[in-house]
Design a protein around this ligand. Structure first.
Ligand code: NAP
Length: 297
């Protein structure tokens, strides 16, 4: 079998187009520009690239995208104060604090300081609880993107056995919550694996849909994939590559060529899940702006 390559860029472009149309309608009806502010602490070059791309993507769909840059020696109190002033700013509908934060800052406390109605990353405990109780307000963007890919590709999730490798709060756990739900692109039987899983290959080989989010290139080999499975590779790791101008390339978790021999469909890296993340984030910002203006969905 040679797997169909899933075009995440095309699906993301479709989502961004839908968001742009809805933003235009909302602006015309309400005179409100949906706004996202990203807070970044320190000068990690990769984080600055991500933040710039979020700002640009917001502007492309007719939103206002702003960045608050804070120095690396910002204190916890200063960061919390910044978040609190954004909480009070009515022109800001979505707040995102770029992670990782420098080591001296407490990420969990910062997330808890964000007004849950502006927590477009879906990481505030209130939003996590809403997702797991089937009342999702904001699902984290990457798992939402995975679910949207499955829906767009016509993959039957209902009744499928989904195996997720990785249990982070950002990807694995919320994805499990979404796919366990009852709606469209859900109703799956879900297994979540991690480094404590006794026989990982035995678990992954049972998957109709295998999602890997380990961040370890090569951690999913072809023999770990069931014949005909759909493989979604969330892993995005920078590996040194002297043939690239940047000096690195992005690698997924899955040994792509091997998995292509057995899977029925697969996401590439780059060009699979990655482009979906920003698109789904923008969709959350629009939802936040609509909720603030009391416009349904
Ligand atoms: N495409 C995107 O936009 C996007 C967005 C977010 C993340 N990502 C990428 O997705 C990957 C995962 O991100 P994350 O934030 O979820 O990472 P993370 O917090 O490091 O979590 C990795 C998870 O994988 C598990 N794991 C690692 N090696 C394993 C192994 N050999 N066997 C079984 N489980 C293993 C870990 O288990 P333990 O819990 O036991 O340690 C952990 O639960 C990274 O490459 C990241 O860059 C991409």
């Amino acid at each position: 079998m040679t797997a169909r390559i899933i075009d995440g860029k095309a699906i993301a472009a479709k989502v961004r187009g839908e968001v742009a149309a809805s933003v235009a309608e909302f602006r015309a009806a309400r005179g409100v520009i949906p706004g996202i502010t990203v807070v970044i602490v320190g000068d990690d070059p990769a984080s600055h690239v991500y933040v710039r791309s979020k700002e640009r993507a917001a502007e492309e769909v007719g939103m206002s995208g702003k960045v608050v840059k804070l120095p690396a020696d910002t204190t916890q109190e200063q960061l919390i104060q910044t978040v609190e002033s954004l909480n009070k700013d009515a022109s800001v509908h979505g707040i995102l604090v770029q992670i990782p934060l420098p080591d001296h800052l407490d990420e969990d406390e910062v997330v808890r300081a964000i007004d849950p109605r502006k927590d477009v990353d879906g990481l505030h405990p209130e939003n996590v609880g809403l997702l797991f109780s089937g009342q999702t307000r904001f699902a984290p963007a990457t798992p939402s993107g995975v679910q949207r890919i499955l829906v767009e590709e016509g993959v039957e999730v209902r009744g499928a056995h989904v195996v997720i490798v990785g249990r982070s709060n950002l990807v694995g756990k919320p994805l499990a919550g979404l796919l366990l739900g009852r709606g469209k692109g859900a109703n799956a039987t879900v297994t979540v694996c991690h480094t404590g899983t006794r026989d990982l290959a035995a678990e992954t080989r049972r998957a109709d849909i295998l999602v890997s989010a380990t961040g370890i290139p090569g951690s999913i080999t072809g023999d770990m994939v069931k014949q005909g499975a759909v493989v979604i590779d969330v892993g995005t790791t920078r590996v040194p590559d002297s043939s690239k101008r940047s000096g690195f390339r992005l690698a997924g978790d899955v040994v792509f060529d091997e998995a292509c021999e057995v899977a029925s469909a697969i996401t590439p890296v780059p060009g699979g899940v990655g482009p979906m993340t920003i698109a789904m984030l923008l969709s959350n910002v629009l939802a936040a702006a609509k909720a603030a203006a009391s416009v349904p969905g």
